[in-house]
Design a protein. Structure first.
Length: 491
């Protein structure tokens, strides 16, 4: 049986296995927090990998120059960023323009918020926070209580309170002023609530990406026919937001903050707050945070929607191109490569060259056939049957009718149509030809003759009517061209 002390200890151990708390209790936690907050800001949520390595390296050089070298970890900026990515504090991804970037994970965002609150002003038990708690409990109680009479009584009481306030305003025409200290408390409470949003948005986006990885992995390992898994995984890809607990919670919150009119009203309300005299007592950083609330919400929404679009695209593409046999072959090949690297790396040196594979290995075949088979057929072909001369002539005429262009006749027709003119319009010449020379293949032959003699393109579109040997007609359109009546090589 687990005692209370052991249960509390095991719970704390599990909590500290979370990457957020793991970051905060590391030896170099102050360095990690400072560098991440320096590189990643609200205006810059993603940073190209090369830029992040450069900026972290410059910051390390500045700290070493200031005499903090003993407290810094060894290794380059690239090594540190890779360690942070392996620890789950950074997320590495490739954007649509093939640029590889770093992004703070939800655990890192939460750790930075905790560090920021701990380093800032101490949280106070204020009237604003207690009122927020009471309002939340009141709303929870109303939503959980199905009693209609109780709901009506609460609404009547609220209406009576609001009507009394309206009557007082109409009677006196004045608004009771609120003390600046109370306004400061309420502003601090708002900032406290807002600081939780980036980590919440990041957790939703990461839960969607985790669901995407699970679906793709399950699909690659699924041995059922593609048609059997198609409906299941396409449905999950289309309803990716409802597939995770965080996604469902976000979908509920989106109904409140996703309305553009509500965000516009929020921006107007914050503008009224910032114009009040009490905000002059707030530090510049807190005033900036109040003004950036709407933009931070919009950035969080964009982050979640981008993760949703990517997950839907990846899952749908994987389903459409799903080939279990090929996927298993690729997985086996990758495992062989990883096994080869694991056996090669321990005995290798840093910077050691690798001999490239210059030619594919030769297949080991035990025996090749050395004698060719007899190409003569086992039985001679049947003799040709005699046909009547009339039938033979008809078959020959039919074959000629469906044959290639009649170049000689086309050339004579072109010369006769042009007469004494040095140039002739190809489309007009084709339309003036008899039906036996107006087959689609004869149009190609006429264009070939024109190309050989020197073809000049016009800006008009030419239309011609071709006639097949069976009497069917086709209309063709092409760029109008003219050609010389005679071939210059004949002169």
């Amino acid at each position: 049986m687990i005692t209370r002390a052991e249960g509390a200890y095991l719970g704390a151990v599990r909590a500290f296995q979370n990457p957020m708390l793991d970051l905060l209790h590391k030896r170099h936690a102050p360095l990690v927090v400072s560098l991440l907050s320096l590189v990643f800001t609200v205006e810059r949520p993603t940073v190209p990998v090369a830029d992040a390595h450069t900026e972290v390296g410059d910051a390390l050089d500045q700290l070493r120059a200031a005499g903090h070298g003993e407290q810094l970890p060894t290794g380059s900026a690239r090594d540190l960023c890779r360690q942070w990515a392996d620890a789950g504090w950074l997320v590495r991804q490739v954007l649509d323009d093939d640029v590889e970037v770093y992004q703070l994970s939800a655990h890192a965002v939460g750790a930075l918020e905790v560090a920021g609150r701990a380093g800032g002003g101490r949280a106070r038990v204020s009237q604003s926070r207690v009122r927020t708690l009471l309002d939340a409990v009141d709303r929870l109680s109303e939503d959980a209580d199905p009693d209609v009479l109780m709901r009506m009584a609460r609404l009547d009481a609220e209406i009576a309170r609001l009507r009394a306030e309206l009557d007082r305003l109409q009677r006196t025409g004045t608004v009771e002023p609120v003390d600046d200290e109370q306004l400061l408390e309420e502003a601090e409470n708002v900032l406290h609530l807002v600081r939780e949003l980036p980590a919440d948005f990041a957790r939703v986006a990461e839960s969607i990406k985790g669901m995407q990885r699970d679906v793709v992995t399950a699909l690659r390992q699924d041995e059922r026919p593609t048609g059997a898994v198609l409906r299941e995984y396409l449905e999950r890809g289309e309803h990716v937001m409802e597939s995770t607990t965080e996604g469902r919670a976000f979908a509920g919150a989106l109904r409140l903050i996703g309305d553009p009119q509500r965000l516009d009203r929020l921006a107007s309300q914050l503008d009224v707050v910032l114009r009040h005299r009490f905000t002059r007592r707030l530090p510049a950083q807190q005033r900036a945070e109040l003004g950036e609330i709407v933009r931070r919400i919009e950035q969080g929404l964009d982050q979640v929607f981008a993760a949703q679009r990517e997950a839907s695209y990846v899952i749908t593409a994987q389903v459409r191109n799903h080939d279990p046999l090929r996927d298993r072959q690729v997985d086996e090949l990758l495992r062989e490569v990883m096994t080869g690297l694991q056996s090669w790396v321990p005995g290798s040196r840093r910077g050691q060259g690798v001999d490239p594979l210059r030619r594919l290995p030769v297949a080991e075949v035990e025996h090749l056939r050395q004698s060719a088979g007899d190409l003569r057929a086992a039985q001679p072909p049947d003799p040709l049957t005699d046909r009547d001369d009339d039938d033979a002539d008809g078959a020959a005429d039919e074959a000629l009718a469906w044959g290639g262009p009649r170049y000689a006749e086309l050339g004579r027709h072109l010369a006769g149509f042009a007469g004494a003119a040095p140039q002739v319009d190809v489309a007009a010449a084709f339309n003036a030809a008899p039906e036996v020379l107006r087959r689609p293949v004869d149009l190609l032959g006429l264009l070939e003759i024109a190309h050989q003699r020197g073809m000049v393109e016009t800006d008009e579109v030419a239309y011609v009517d071709a006639v097949r040997p069976d009497g069917t007609r086709r209309r063709f359109a092409f760029g109008g061209v003219t050609t010389l009546t005679r071939d210059e090589s004949d002169d």
